[in-house]
Design a protein around this ligand. Structure first.
Ligand SMILES: [Zn+2]
Length: 203
């Protein structure tokens, strides 16, 4: 994606995340890989429902911004995932209420309750707690890079995708699964044989 289209798309998806209640106030950060190998990322400390295209910050692969703007402090976490996953072009990190509730309890989101969770998310690991913005958090996320969704203990959730809509859909589904898990507390996941069948060829 090029710079102007990328800015438009990122602002649009940030607004969808905000309006859906998946991110609140200035929380979370979202990014996109551009065709030229640079990245667009949300600025630090801004409400995601009110972002403008001009406020989006372009950074290089080392996290250095071009021109003005202060990129999110979590940019290294995004860059670690892009570096590890060449097919990933978008990363969404936010603090959805039910994912975060489970993450505060240090419980993983179990995505085997319904077929949709298995198809879209599969196994969702939980990263142990590290200070936001720290190198330790970046390394802990990098270790789980092959998972397209993960939660972070006492913090929030993170998804990746080939494009922003795929990363958005995974976040929306992850929050649905976390909410479902809380509402159906104690329910068993689908049996292993059924999970294999679903993974083998979804209708
Ligand atoms: Zn966060």
């Amino acid at each position: 994606m090029n710079d102007p289209d990328g800015r438009r798309e990122l602002v649009r998806v940030c607004r969808m995340l905000y309006e859906r209640g998946l991110t609140v106030s200035a929380g979370g950060n979202m990014s996109l890989r551009l065709n030229d190998g640079t990245f667009l990322i949300t600025p630090s400390g801004k409400n995601k429902g009110l972002l403008t295209e001009k406020e989006i910050v372009r950074i290089d692969k080392d996290g250095t911004p071009f021109g003005g703007g202060t990129p999110s402090i979590e940019r290294f976490l995004h860059l670690a995932l892009y570096d590890s996953n060449p097919s990933v072009n978008a990363v969404v990190h936010c603090h959805p209420l039910y994912c975060t509730a489970l993450a505060v309890r240090e419980e993983k989101v179990d995505c085997s309750l319904t077929p949709e969770g298995i198809i879209l998310l599969g196994e969702v690991p939980m990263v142990e707690y590290h200070t936001p913005g720290s190198a330790e958090l970046v390394e802990a996320v990098r270790e789980r890079h092959s998972h397209m969704a993960m939660t972070m203990a006492r913090h929030g959730a993170l998804t990746q995708g080939r494009d922003l809509i795929e990363a958005y859909n995974r976040m929306e589904e992850l929050e649905f699964q976390a909410h479902l898990q809380i509402l159906t507390r104690g329910a068993e996941g689908l049996p292993g044989a059924e999970i294999s069948k679903i993974r083998g060829g979804a209708p």
